[in-house]
Design a protein around this ligand. Sequence first.
Ligand code: 5RP
Length: 220
Amino acid sequence: MNNDHEKENAAIASLDYVTHDCILGVGTGSTVNYLIENLDRVKHKIKSVVSSSVDSTRRLQSAGFIVEELSTVGKPDLYIDGADEVTHHLHMIKGGGGALTREKIIANASQKIICIAHSAKLVDILGKFPLPIEVIPMAKSLVARELAILGGQAEIRHDFITDNGNIILDVHNLKILNPPDLEKKINNIAGVVTNGIFSLRSADLLIIGKDQEIEKYNKE
Ligand code: 5RP
């Protein structure tokens, strides 16, 4: 099914939350690409932009924005990004595009996080989408063994190197019944840079494009 109009509607709806003098964090992925395409509409409100990937930086620059370093702009007022799966608790799996580490850094630095997504991304329980984990290359076997103890089967993402020079393990069959607990456990494995569970710092607002409508869910 083609969800492009739902993605674009969600992205456009998020523009309402860009306030005057906004320091804006921009995520990565096809939904965010619609955000970047439409960002011109609120350009006059944006003080500075930071980006979560080389790809988004390139797109933002092509759209006429100067992309700054997170360490120089301070705390972003707002971070807008997509997700691979998201629950009603606004916990997310991210990293399908491999940009999870920079995404998590900007998310954690930001005042408010908005997740934009099409309707099929909303799930009851995380884990059908294989969990992306960014790993230091030399640790891949160790990390895969530790993940097997947690019940997951790790698969190396072939022909893919992250913007930080690391690899991605996509982990199948994890039962993510307690996202904060599993997020912490995976973070504790030596060699893991970041895992794609975003629950310790989840989204504050979820905007879903559904058919021609928009649905919004706030953090409880
Ligand atoms: C990239 C991500 C993306 O937000 C996620 O993969 C969703 O992408 P899309 O909007 O293309 O469905 O986490 O690392």
